[in-house]
Design a protein around this ligand. Structure first.
Ligand SMILES: [Zn+2]
Length: 355
């Protein structure tokens, strides 16, 4: 997609001056794997320059557990990931920090420091023991989805990984109790990966606004990870935010290779714009953000989990966020809407949740 310089300039200014957020990134799992292999300064070397290039203010790191590690290793892996990520950024604490409170978040914003917020991609590490939710809260976890694309003690995921086939079944009683507990603690609820039945149950059980941190629009591409128009309206109507996912499987454009020809890359970016525009049309632009779910790094470290990650990143790295914002502007999105989507909307939401 040919992006004119004036829109790139406008987008760069937005990313420089306004809040920028990626609401879903599998960072902790990758950092943990790489550190176990002996690498240090993973975030500093591999990600920080791109984060800063994008003007990123907040990145939400998921804590993601592979199928093969469940159930026995779920808790251990989750704890390992949190510790690894905290240790990894310690030496660059003046530039990026794991953050758990509203005051810290504001401090980081004022100082131009990036905040990492932690979110559990599924409550599997808790097993059947909901009391451990508090343990994770005390470790700094501020958001959670009830389940990843699988069934656990709390809920049923949207589909079988790699098959994208709807699984019937909603929330268990424990799942409903988990929502009450999360709302009481000051954690956000994330419905990406939840089944349609589960979504319906969440609408009954949740009293506070919830998010879908990394999901696209079913109307643009039919995939069980994506949201129907009714679901989009429901999230927005309650004050939640939807994060645009840049994974090829979800957008519906899957180039043959991971380094696609320019034409293929353009088609993928255009499709991503179509998802953003549809979500914004249905939800209103104040309820859309970015939650790119860039998977390449995690896949490199654990090649066997192909299909457990969502695979093929439309954006090669975070530096390319600017290109997407520019593309949206060039296609007619107004500047206020683009600012909100780049990060203002998720920032507003996190401010309402964090204590
Ligand atoms: Zn995911």
């Amino acid at each position: 997609m040919f992006i004119q310089e004036e829109y790139l300039e406008q987008a760069r200014k937005i990313h420089r001056e306004c809040p920028v957020v990626d609401a879903h990134f599998d960072l902790a799992a990758e950092v943990c794997e790489r550190r176990l292999a002996g690498e240090q300064g993973v975030v500093e070397q591999r990600y920080l320059p791109r984060f800063e290039e994008a003007g990123l203010n907040i990145v939400v790191s998921s804590i993601f557990i592979n199928n093969r590690d469940l159930p026995e290793l779920g808790l251990r892996k989750a704890l390992g990931q949190i510790t690894a990520l905290k240790e990894d950024v310690e030496s660059v604490n003046n530039r990026i920090r794991v953050t758990g409170s509203r005051a810290e978040l504001e401090e980081n914003l004022a100082a131009g420091r990036i905040s990492i917020l932690l979110s559990l991609e599924g409550l599997d590490p808790l097993g059947n023991d909901l009391s451990l939710l508090r343990t994770f809260y005390d470790l700094g976890v501020r958001g959670a989805g009830l389940t990843w694309s699988r069934r656990n003690a709390f809920a049923t995921g949207c589909c079988t990984a790699g098959q994208f086939q709807e699984i019937p079944g909603g929330l268990t009683e424990l799942g409903k109790e988990a929502i009450r507990k999360m709302e009481g603690l000051g954690m956000w609820l994330d419905v990406s990966h939840l089944s349609n039945d589960g979504f319906r149950d969440v609408c009954e059980a949740a009293e506070q606004p919830f998010i879908a941190s990394h999901s696209d629009a079913w109307a643009v591409h039919e995939n069980y990870r994506n949201l129907t128009d009714a679901q989009i309206r429901e999230i927005a109507g309650r004050g939640g935010v939807i994060g645009l996912n840049a994974c090829g499987y979800l957008t519906g454009i899957m180039p043959e290779t991971t380094t696609p020809a320019e034409q293929e890359a353009d088609a993928a970016l255009l499709r991503l714009c179509e998802h953003a525009e549809h979500l914004a049309r249905i939800a209103g632009p104040a309820h859309i953000g970015y939650g790119f779910d860039l998977c390449k790094g995690l896949e490199e470290t654990t090649p066997r989990i192909q299909f457990e990650t969502e695979n093929y990143d439309v954006l090669a790295h975070h530096g390319e966020m600017v290109k997407l914002t520019a593309a949206l502007l060039q296609r007619g999105m107004d500047e206020e809407a683009a600012k909100g989507i780049a990060g203002g909307n998720f920032l507003r939401y996190y401010r309402s949740i964090l204590r």
